[in-house]
Design a protein around this ligand. Structure first.
Ligand code: ATR
Length: 281
């Protein structure tokens, strides 16, 4: 039998996961909240088997990242209504029955974007159709935006747009269909690792007045957010989405509120400090 002796065990699981700032952010929260807990970043390559191992090793809460958010939804013994509607889970909590799933990405996206712009009645474009894109599209729709999905794989993008009753444009014809978008959310994994400087759209795609969020975060801006900033767009920080989805995870795991002051403030400070010290990728 394995039993953690230093308090509760939490982790972010994914592939890749080395880039994750979640351990720094969550550790800062535990410290300021006085919670005895450890939070790790763990590479996993076989989710069903590895979830069982993590339970046996004593982990009680997990953050789920690329590319496991949709499969984690299917592997959960139970998910709440929002996670079911989104079709993706970024948060797992272990109880006697198994891993329970919820989605807090949509909360993070909503809080982060709302700091920069109104969402209701705006035209919004979501790039991507994976688990993260599902949560962001859900958040934008729920806040009253008119959402268009664009994805490289047409079938996957079309399926999502049909499920969410929104428009779809294949990624390779996005720039031919010059529609006007007030809000653009980059939710693909382009920019995450080796393709950090790959261009998803051309520079001329960005127009002044657009509000642009890239969920890929880090010390150095991605090619996507640099082009947007240079074109005069308002930028939503990907770190803000990470921060607010993480605060919502903590509230569920710990069963207590995570107030802006001092907890979210300490998480933000830890993120900003570590992002500024991060090695170039
Ligand atoms: P997550 O669950 O974190 O969203 P995911 O399910 O692996 O991760 O989804 C990754 C998204 O990034 C998908 O929308 C994927 O597009 P496809 O559905 O066409 O695969 C998108 N993506 C990854 N690499 C890409 C690339 N080089 N160009 C365009 N889109 C890319």
């Amino acid at each position: 039998m394995i039993r953690p002796e230093q308090g509760k065990l939490f982790a972010v699981i994914g592939n890749p996961v080395r880039h994750s700032l979640s351990p720094i952010m969550m550790s800062a929260a535990f410290k300021v909240m006085g919670v005895r807990a450890l939070y790790a970043a763990l590479y996993v390559d076989e989710l069903a088997r590895d979830l069982d191992l993590l339970h046996k090793a004593g982990y009680s809460g997990l953050s789920v990242t690329v590319p496991y958010k949709e499969i984690a939804c299917r592997l959960s013994v139970e998910v709440d209504q929002t996670a079911e509607d989104i079709g993706a889970v970024n948060t797992l909590l272990r109880d006697n029955h198994g891993w329970q799933g919820r989605n807090t990405d949509w909360i993070g996206a909503l809080r982060a974007i709302s700091r920069v712009t109104e969402i209701g009645d705006r035209n919004a474009l979501v790039l991507g159709a994976g688990g993260a894109a599902r949560a962001v599209a859900y958040a934008l729709k729920r806040a009253g935006a008119h959402v268009t999905i664009s994805n490289r794989c047409v079938e996957r993008g079309r399926n999502l747009s049909e499920q969410f009753r929104c428009n779809f444009v294949p990624l390779n014809s996005l720039e031919k269909n010059r529609a006007h978008y007030d809000i653009v959310a980059q939710c693909t994994s382009v920019g995450l690792t080796e393709n950090r400087h790959a261009a998803l759209v051309s520079n001329s795609f960005f127009q002044p007045g657009m509000t642009v969020m890239d969920i890929v975060y880090g010390a150095r801006p991605t090619a996507f957010s640099t082009s947007a900033r240079n074109a005069g767009c308002s930028i939503v920080s990907g770190l803000d989405m990470l921060l607010y989805q993480g605060a919502a995870q903590l509230e569920w795991w710990l069963g207590r509120p995570v107030p802006d002051s001092p907890v979210i403030a300490a998480m933000r400070q830890a993120l900003e400090e570590s992002a500024s010290h991060e090695e170039p990728r």
